[in-house]
Design a protein around this ligand. Structure first.
Ligand code: FAD
Length: 587
């Protein structure tokens, strides 16, 4: 019946209607019935670490997509089913008589395995599958293939590979569907799923328990509480709206609005150089904050690229100054592709040290769980300079924004509250946690980012953590960010700290980066004592307190430098034999 296609369009990484090659391919089948679908994947719902802010951004984006479909065709919506794709899709193929399944290509390790299985299930059901690229400038697999089959580990490699794909440019964007171009879904009665589709447990999922234990809990009805395949509310998934404090809004309209306002400022686009944008700016921030929109696909990365290129081209013709790759905006988008290419080549092991051929092994005070399981024995001979309890405490204080270093704490509190921090802010806190302070494994830091970022993207998060910890991509471990001098350079008045660490709002700028140096009389005058560890338990003083620094930074920096040098001299990688068989660290 391909003359009468019944098309299931599976939205995953593309919560948009504009510039979607996959959506275009689906619509050009000329469907008699068209069903845009979102499957509630338990991997995302229960197993990954997703904080309230990212949930909110996702649901807002889905809600808007659903409304956009409705606007183009009042009989349409985003049809959300609450069940894993592997189990629900075969049932839907049958119930709705699907002839074609269409989706955007996803090269994340988990997604690849899932899609491989879906492909087989579709084949069994006689459903034709169409997959199109659209999530990156260049197909990560193609990037890898043009890089000699190897992970893309530098911008030079990415640029060279890209030259061999499209002369260094991604494909031009495709049109957005307009009114009349979105066919109907089945009549609602035919969409309805009967009791065969009721799944599992008759209680509401407990998000925390779900992702800690990895239990596969399911919703009572795949169609949602109103039986209308609606987009869930925060309440339905057990999140309090007051916990989702991010000011950054989801949805395709918001993404296009932000892009358009950036593009309108030709000076900004033309001169944009990442290292010159301030991590301490707020309202407005100094970069685009389009990363969460690229993550959820509410913005097409190719549209971003071409809109910027058109401005750069115009300025070149007008002989106006134009910044260049890698510091300009196209350069930023190529960094994103670089990490996608690296992940596509390495696969599952990209997200860990264990088994990862590109990552350098470092004897962190706190290793990832994988390595501990592999190699820690009672008489572990690794050269710990502090015991791991102390390092665990540092890690917790870092995560909670109470290290006693106001620049670090302000950033970590911004991250928790808003779900986004500037790239150089991420540099500061990641360097501090790993090779420039705590000497804690980058994997522990990446987990915290995974939970708190609204733009969390496995390839970019993992890749950047490796970069900052000097375990891959970047090797100049002797270049370290000071938690005092670096922030001061950007924001001598300390306004960023005053905003996110309000206890210190009245401190003189002389002490705002090092409040522990302020005389007690001044601390009292400014209404905040520097004492305790910020946990609220050790302070005996009445009134506001801010913690003392958790260590002497200069001493820690030296220890880190010496240890990094040693790790580089040893030169082991995550996939080396000693790591894989657990003999690393034995005498
Ligand atoms: P802009 O400066 O406006 O750049 C435009 C776009 O380019 C961004 O939206 C982003 O898609 C891309 N981009 C810019 N810099 C990078 C980079 N270094 N790596 C990859 N892509 C880049 N970015 C994520 O998208 N998801 C993550 O989970 C993530 N985790 C990070 C973790 C650490 C430790 C560090 C140091 C960086 C991380 N980044 C991550 C990269 C970068 O910090 C963000 O992409 C950027 O700050 C987003 O803000 P923006 O959209 O205003 O960026």
């Amino acid at each position: 019946p391909s003359s009468n296609p019944i098309v299931l369009y599976w939205h995953r990484t593309d919560l948009r209607l504009h510039d979607s090659p996959a959506l275009k391919a689906a619509l050009s089948l000329n469907p008699s019935i068209f069903i845009p679908l979102w499957t509630w994947d338990p991997h995302y719902v229960y197993r990954s670490r997703v904080g309230p802010n990212r949930w909110r951004f996702l649901l807002e984006s889905q809600d808007e997509l659903s409304k956009s479909y409705k606007r183009l065709n009042p009989k349409q919506q985003l049809w959300v089913v609450r069940e894993a794709p592997i189990t629900i899709l075969p049932k839907l193929f049958k119930a709705w008589g699907i002839t074609h399944l269409v989706f955007e290509k996803d090269t994340d390790a988990y997604a690849r395995a899932r899609d491989e299985e879906v492909l087989q299930l579709a084949e069994k059901a006689g459903v034709e599958v169409i997959v199109r690229m659209g999530r990156n400038l260049f197909d990560p697999d193609e990037l890898v293939s043009k890089n000699g089959g190897k992970a893309t580990m530098s911008m030079a490699q990415v640029e060279k590979a890209a030259q061999n794909i499209g002369n260094g440019c991604p494909e031009r964007i495709v049109e957005t569907p307009v009114e009349g171009e979105i066919p109907d879904a089945w009549e609602f009665e035919r969409m309805r799923l009967d009791s065969d589709f009721k799944v599992g447990v008759d209680e509401k999922p407990d998000l925390n328990e779900g992702f800690r234990t990895g239990k596969d809990k399911q919703y009572v009805s795949v169609m949602g509480p109103k039986n209308d395949f609606g987009v869930p509310t925060l309440e339905e998934i057990g999140i309090k709206i007051e916990d989702a404090t991010t000011p950054h809004r989801g949805g395709e309209n918001e993404a296009l609005r932000i892009l358009a306002s950036c593009i309108k400022d030709e000076e900004y686009i033309g001169r944009f150089e990442k290292p010159n944008t301030s991590p301490a700016d707020f309202e407005p921030q100094s970069t685009t904050i389009l990363s969460p929109h690229l993550h959820f696909g509410t913005l097409s990365v190719r549209k971003f690229w071409w809109d910027v290129q058109d401005i750069l081209e115009k300025r070149r013709k007008e002989k106006k100054s134009v910044s260049t790759i890698p510091t300009n905006l196209p350069g930023q988008l190529l960094f994103r592709d670089m990490y996608f290419g690296a992940q596509a080549a390495v696969g599952d092991a990209f997200a860990t040290t264990y088994g990862n051929p590109v990552v350098r092994l470092v004897d962190w005070h706190l290793q990832s769980k994988n390595l501990e399981n592999g190699s820690e024995t009672e008489d572990d001979t690794r050269n710990y300079t502090v015991d791991s309890e102390e390092a665990e405490e540092w890690f917790i204080r870092w995560r909670e924004g109470r290290t006693g270093f106001p620049w670090i704490d302000a950033l970590m509190r911004q991250l928790r509250r808003e779900g986004w921090i500037h790239h150089l802010g991420r540099h500061s806190v990641a360097c501090f946690l790993t090779r420039g302070g705590c000497y804690v494994s980058w994997e522990r830091g990446a987990e915290v980012f995974e939970e708190l970022l609204i733009d969390h993207e496995t390839a970019c998060n993992i890749g950047n953590w490796m970069w900052l910890s000097c375990t891959a991509f970047f090797a100049q471990f002797y270049r370290c960010y000071s938690p005092i001098a670096f922030g001061k350079k950007w924001d001598p008045e300390g306004n960023f700290i005053r905003r996110y660490v309000p206890e210190l709002a009245d401190f003189d700028k002389k002490y705002i980066y090092e409040p522990w140096k302020a005389p007690i009389a001044d601390q009292k005058k400014w209404g905040c004592r520097v004492t305790g560890d910020g946990s609220g338990s050790s302070e005996k003083e009445e009134g506001k307190t801010y913690p003392k620094p958790m260590f002497d930074f200069d001493k820690r920096r030296q220890i880190c430098l010496d240890s990094m040098k040693n790790a580089y001299d040893v030169g082991l990688h995550g996939a080396d034999k000693e790591v894989m068989d657990g003999s690393w660290g034995e005498k």
